[in-house]
Design a protein around this ligand. Structure first.
Ligand SMILES: CC(C)(COP(=O)(O)OP(=O)(O)OC[C@H]1O[C@@H](n2cnc3c(N)ncnc32)[C@H](O)[C@@H]1OP(=O)(O)O)[C@@H](O)C(=O)NCCC(=O)NCCS
Length: 222
């Protein structure tokens, strides 16, 4: 039985924790959700789940055989978020790759360590998802698409085929990316936006058709 700790807070950590619990209860997956690591809530609970410690406790849990999923996410500040991940100090083979049993992953798709694929998500043939990327519920990813490391692909978004999504990209709810586009490193796409051209690095684009809105490092309202 794999014992999994999710690093994060209210939001994706709790959603993913619940999906792991449900996968075991309803589908018999051989995985147990052990709890959360969160620097601000150590010793408390988040949505009924125990916070086992802070991020610096990860190596001690790793020595006890726990596996990890990293869910801290942001639109701006992706380098800081990725630094938190790097500072966890756990080996790649201690990252847990979780595919919910109600998701579809094509047999030849490749998922790196720490990837999460939530219920009803679709990963089409020839597609590769990089280390620690989160593919949330109902997100669709077309064929022969490359998703980099540490990306957040929100629920119900649709990413076409032959798309190149670079490291640390953030795609909002219900956004659509036309095939063959390139979404630059740390770029972000707002809710419901329709992307029909390439997005340069570190830019937040919104609207239909999506246009430059601001740098991801500028203040935003979540
Ligand atoms: C784009 C976003 C980050 C907000 O950025 P912001 O700079 O704080 O934007 P504001 O809310 O101040 O809005 C600025 C303008 O952009 C518009 N706008 C904001 N988001 C938009 C979107 N996704 N599409 C089109 N227009 C948008 C606003 O209506 C406003 O227009 P106005 O100036 O004519 O009034 C946010 O709207 C968004 O899309 N968040 C993603 C949420 C999400 O997917 N969460 C998933 C978490 S699990």
């Amino acid at each position: 039985m794999d014992k999994v700790i999710v690093v994060g807070g209210p939001g994706p950590a709790v959603s993913i924790g619940n999906a792991i619990v449900q996968a075991r209860r309803t589908h018999g997956n051989n995985v147990a959700f052990a709890g959360i690591l969160n620097d601000d809530m150590a010793g408390k609970e988040i949505n009924g789940f125990s916070v086992l410690g802070g991020l610096s406790d990860a190596p001690a849990f790793e020595r006890e055989g726990y596996k990890f999923i990293f869910t801290i996410y942001k639109i701006g500040g992706q380098p800081q978020r990725i630094r938190l991940f790097d500072n966890l100090g756990v080996a790649e083979n201690s990252l847990y790759t979780f595919v919910h049993p109600m998701a579809y992953v094509a047999p030849d798709a490749e998922l790196a360590p720490g990837v999460v694929v939530m219920p009803h998500a679709n990963i089409s043939h020839g597609t590769k998802i990089g280390l620690g990327s989160l593919i949330m519920s109902n997100a669709y990813i077309g064929h022969d698409t490359q998703v980099g490391k540490h990306c957040f692909i929100a629920a119900t978004s649709c990413t076409g085929s032959y798309v190149s999504v670079e490291d640390g990209v953030w795609i909002g709810f219900n956004a659509t990316i036309r095939g063959r586009q390139k979404i630059g490193r740390y770029a972000a796409v707002g809710i419901g936006s329709v992307v029909v051209s390439d997005i340069p690095e570190e830019e937040l684009w919104i609207g239909n058709p999506a246009r430059y809105h601001k740098k991801v490092t500028d203040p935003i309202r979540y």
